[in-house]
Ligand binder design. Sequence first.
Ligand SMILES: C[S@@+](CC[C@H](N)C(=O)[O-])C[C@H]1O[C@@H](n2cnc3c(N)ncnc32)[C@H](O)[C@@H]1O
Length: 260
Amino acid sequence: MSGFETRWLDLREPADHAARDAGLLQNATAYADAGGNAVTVVDLGCGTGSTLRAFLPAATRWQWQLVDNDPLLLAEAASRNHNGMTLDCVQTDLGEPSPELFKRARLVTASALLDLVSSTFLHMLVSSLDKRDCGFYTALNFDGRCIWDHAHVADARIVNAFNMHQRRDKGFGPALGPVAEGVLRDILRTNGFRVLTGKSPWRLGAGEVELQRQFIIGMATAAAETGLVDHAVVEDWRNYRLDHADSNCEIGHWDMLALR
Ligand SMILES: C[S@@+](CC[C@H](N)C(=O)[O-])C[C@H]1O[C@@H](n2cnc3c(N)ncnc32)[C@H](O)[C@@H]1O
């Protein structure tokens, strides 16, 4: 299952919604609402619209512009019934975000996206948010932390290899992976934003076996691709983790709200 398939995005959505930092989501909602009755929210890398759904029911008060480069995901987002809302779906490659995209935005959002991007992208993104009253909210960016109740001797090596793989180019230049939070915070502050942060770890257990299984399979594949861990070790780790996919684990993420 690829990282951007509808099936994978659907599988992770309940865990994502449970994990979002509730305080930041509430503050972002209040900020958008304070923009009056013609508020536009622009969601970057929208997938099937998970961020919009996280903001329901408040989301229905705003105009949504959903942005992605994948036409199938945009079509899926448009086909879902979001309380009868009409969505503006924009297919574009965000590799070079244009200030035009944000010119009507009160709030720009992005979830599960910023660990894929480069420092250059974040500089371009923040400098594109040049409207004084435009806030930025992001959630569910992977922070590199994976903790399992049932330890395996190779856990640290696999997580390290996976995090190295996360630094590869994912279409936005060399990805920041787990270090994106600090880089973004510094860029936002330098550009005059007040930055609020929160943690949004997945806390998974017996109710999320399939999500855990798919995450483990993806992690093992990425770790093997780096060549940093012996294939037999990766295989042993993968089998052990799949056998224990009903036990508890915590996968770290971070959220951020930036306002001026
Ligand atoms: C991990 S998914 C997250 C989707 C959604 N935000 C969510 O939380 O479910 C990353 C999304 O970014 C989109 N994406 C990746 N590279 C992109 C690019 N260069 N331009 C626009 N969208 C991109 C993918 O198509 C995918 O929908």
